[in-house]
Design a protein around this ligand. Structure first.
Ligand code: SAH
Length: 256
């Protein structure tokens, strides 16, 4: 008699969106509800984790830019260990797993273990933040290209094509940009960017505690310091909140 071993379930790398359960895809909600194990990162909110069944094992595998984090190898081992044991594993990541999510390292571990996987896209922070300020990320006559940047990488502050970014009309969505704000400002000004370039920081986009800080490149570090942000924040270079020019100048006068 041949021994029939059941095929393992595909590991699902699922986008949790910006932290508001309404912005989950139906597929994400369905997979979370059917999961035996949900391994989630720090940015995933409680109401989303609440979609899991009572018996579902929830494992926090946190990562923080400069702070405490679970080693990547330990996360990989958690994912493959549970999946090889036959569990339905959902690896739940903030936003879209394919954007600054260190997804490839986990996929490589899953592939090395001979396991199938699937990726379920989510709403990335840049999309949620653009919605929060009523702006498009691209606009005819303004920008035909859009950049997603990270403020820092494993080696420290990340280097980019500053000369290109400094040009008028450029739009960039900067992830993990709080600690690197002064560095980014310095690089851009050094490459000729205008001090008056609009910069908008959206903290906790799409969440009840969302905050919008409308400023300029010249005032970015000072205004960030005043705002004392504690949540995840997305910084737009080259975008101001719609119809907020008046509010922006008023804020500047108040701060002056
Ligand atoms: N995969 C995620 C990004 C992970 S990197 C995505 O697609 O959104 C983590 C960074 O994402 C944070 O430092 C912050 O810059 C941004 N971010 C995530 N959620 C956010 C939110 N609700 N509001 C603002 N920025 C957010």
């Amino acid at each position: 008699m041949p021994v029939i071993t059941p095929l393992p379930h595909p590991v699902a790398f699922v986008g949790a969106g910006p932290g508001n359960a309404d912005l989950l895809t139906l597929k994400a909600a369905r997979l979370i509800a059917a999961a035996d194990v949900v391994i989630h990162d720090r940015l995933v909110s409680a109401d989303i984790l609440g979609l899991a069944r009572e018996g579902t094992q929830r494992v926090a595998a946190g990562k923080e830019g400069f702070g405490p984090s679970t080693p990547q190898a330990a996360i990989n081992a958690l994912i493959t260990g549970h999946a090889l044991a036959g569990a339905r594993v959902v690896r739940l990541k903030g936003g879209d797993p394919v954007v600054f999510g260190r997804l490839d390292e986990e996929i490589e571990a899953v592939e090395a273990a001979g396991l199938p996987f699937e990726i379920v896209p989510g709403v990335t922070a840049a999309s949620a933040a653009a919605a929060a300020i009523g702006q498009s990320l691209t606009k005819r006559g303004r920008n035909a290209a859009l950049r997603f940047l990270t403020g820092h990488d494993m080696a420290g502050f990340a280097e980019h094509d500053w000369r290109a970014l400094a040009r008028p009309g450029e739009v960039a969505a900067i992830y993990m940009g709080k600690k690197s704000a002064r560095f980014i400002q310095g690089r851009l000004l050094m490459h000729g960017a205008d001090h008056a370039t609009p910069v908008t920081v959206i903290e906790n986009a799409a969440r009840p505690d969302q905050r919008v800080i409308a400023t300029t490149l010249g005032h970015l570090p000072a205004d960030l310091e005043t705002a004392a942000l504690t949540g995840p924040a997305l910084t737009f270079l080259g975008l101001a909140p719609r119809a907020a020019q008046a509010r922006l100048s008023q804020t500047r006068q108040e701060l002056a």
